[in-house]
Design a protein around this ligand. Structure first.
Ligand code: AMP
Length: 282
């Protein structure tokens, strides 16, 4: 396992991989790794002959400074978990923000279009521009053949697709299924910030997605929304930020686009102030 902390060393290390024409797989993360992240790393390890996991809490994708400060960090355990999959997996863990941004934490401009104007794009202004900025930098450094992202952040995968179509046409995007706990809660680094009591109740988020999948063609939309809101807000300190059904490619609202598309339910619930997002193909 190579653990690289600065760009100069990384570029030197990558030079030899390029010479040997290795198939490089890249798994970008912000650390505090759980089984969801590990599923991406395992998928990369199966299909590529050189795998790089990046661990970097990217400041430009946080619109809320408190969220950035409280974001969980667990670097030592992260390395152990990666090593337990294989000691042949490499890690890039920049030792400072400057290593990536060189004193200039400006967001680059990308034409993300309509997908950046709905759901998380509204709730977290600038978030996807920050995501596109860091991922563009990582793609330029690593020049990977294959990149691995989670369906859990489905809207993010559309942003990555846009970036790839625009600037990196040779990169293959692999979207890995959402890993959940036994109650259906999607694993997330932010789950660590919840009290034990709230954590136990969080299965209701996935239950609501299942309920919507079962009923969205039977109940009209405002009624469905009311029912979901009341299921979520039955529990103290659970607040529904949004629930929406949208086309999974264009993100047009269900009912507005031609209904031949594939639709997905998207949900965001604030639990004790922690934003939890999830989605499900209908
Ligand atoms: P993050 O560290 O939150 O930036 O996530 C890094 C990658 O792991 C992203 O591509 C996420 O979509 C993916 N990911 C996060 N949670 C899960 C999960 N529960 N199942 C599958 N992939 C996930």
């Amino acid at each position: 396992m190579q653990i690289v902390k600065n760009i100069i060393d990384l570029k030197n290390t990558l030079k030899s991989s390029k010479k040997e024409e290795k198939k490089i797989g890249l798994v970008p993360t912000m650390g505090s790794l759980h089984e969801g992240h590990l599923s991406l790393i395992k998928a990369a390890f199966k299909s590529c002959n050189e795998v790089w996991v990046t661990i970097f809490i990217n400041p430009t994708q946080f619109n809320d400074p408190k969220d950035f400060e409280s974001y969980p960090k667990d670097f030592e355990n992260d390395i152990k978990k990666i090593n337990s999959i294989s000691c042949n997996i490499n890690v890039f863990i920049p030792e400072s923000v400057n290593e990536i941004y060189q004193d200039n934490t400006n967001i680059d401009e990308f034409e993300l279009g309509f997908i950046n104007t709905v759901l998380e794009g509204i709730s977290r202004p600038g978030h996807f521009d920050g995501v596109a900025t860091i991922i563009n930098k990582l793609f330029e450094i690593f020049r990977p053949q294959v990149v691995f992202f989670g369906e859990k952040d489905f809207q993010q995968t559309l942003v990555i697709r846009t970036l790839i179509d625009g600037f990196f046409p040779n990169i293959i995007l692999v979207v890995c299924p959402t890993v959940r706990n036994k109650n259906g809660l999607a694993l997330s680094s932010r789950n660590k910030l919840l009290s034990a009591n709230s954590y136990k109740q969080c299965g209701i988020i996935f239950d609501c997605l299942l309920f919507a999948k079962e009923n969205y063609l039977k109940i009209d939309y405002p009624d469905l929304l009311r029912k979901i809101k009341s299921k979520i807000e039955k529990t103290n300190d659970f607040n529904l930020e949004y629930f929406e059904i949208r086309d999974e490619i264009t993100l047009e609202h269900f009912g507005k686009s031609n209904d031949k598309g594939r639709f997905r339910g998207f949900i965001c619930v604030k639990v004790e102030g922690v934003r939890l997002i999830d989605n499900l193909l209908f």
